[in-house]
Design a protein around this ligand. Sequence first.
Ligand code: NAP
Length: 308
Amino acid sequence: MNKPHIALIGLGLIGSSLGHAFKKYELTDHISGYARSPETRARARELGFVDAVHDSAAGAADGADVVFLNVPLSAMAPLAEDIMPVLKSGAVLTDVGSVKQCVLDDILPLLKDGVFLVPGHPIAGTEYSGPDAGFAELFEGRWCILTPPGETNLHAVETVAGLWRDIGSEVEFMDARHHDLVLAITSHLPHLIAFNIVGTAAQLESDTRSAVIKYSASGFRDFTRIAASDPIMWRDIFLKNKEAVLEMLGRFNEDLVALQRAIRHGDADYLQNTFSQTREIRQSVIDAGQDVDAPNFGRDLPSKPDAG
Ligand code: NAP
């Protein structure tokens, strides 16, 4: 079978990483790309992870076998609408958005006959954005969750799954709503907590704030890494996964109040039991290969050891 023509709409962290990975594994004869700003388009040409950079999304999608939407969630439907007239019969439209039910709700009604939608979400990323942030190995050993609607063509699903597997990901299929609930607790809530705690520190008066930064290695630093993630991307995630995030936030608040009560009443057993359980979860994450069992999360900062 001929190698596919792939179009990358959005050339930031995820789009550029896909381009590098598809080239590394020689999975395509042609990669066309589009980004919104002339600066990103110029940078993509310099970096060479696409073969042709177009000034319009439709120009990049024209003639493509597989089109990846790698843009913030709020930009997906307008771009899908732009490219729909030029998509050829049999084309597969996929995306990498961090929330999945909204992609089905927003894009399914726009599909024309003969174009298939296979939404996806790579569970891989960094806190960096833009075309310079991408690298071919980003998806290696990481999950990619696909949430195809029931009626999607099986060949289209296998095409998208095959590309992810070929760049090193493990593919899992899930119902979109279930995906959004799972990601609300594993990704969205941790980010909300990080944005909140770093925001709280930012409001402190300047003496205290300086000390917080100086002694940040005691834990705060790890929240700042997460809280440095792209504001537009995260704005969209919370707006598009509202119900699931509010559900998990409700449970979180109840558990936080229980901890607050245990501290107030000196309930040592409750505190110790809770922290013992969470330590076991950490071990399960390592056992599942989702992190390394190295001090300091594997960071190489020998001159500044982590504080307790
Ligand atoms: P990114 O580095 O900020 O890149 C976003 C790209 O989308 C850029 O090329 C940008 O163009 C383009 N874009 C932004 N707004 C647009 C608009 N309104 N219309 C057209 N193009 C627009 O973001 P990313 O990290 O690659 O994230 C892309 C998607 O991947 C998001 O949906 C996110 O939820 C998902 N995702 C991210 C991660 C992660 O860790 N970052 C992980 C998994 C999934 P310009 O550069 O020209 O502005």
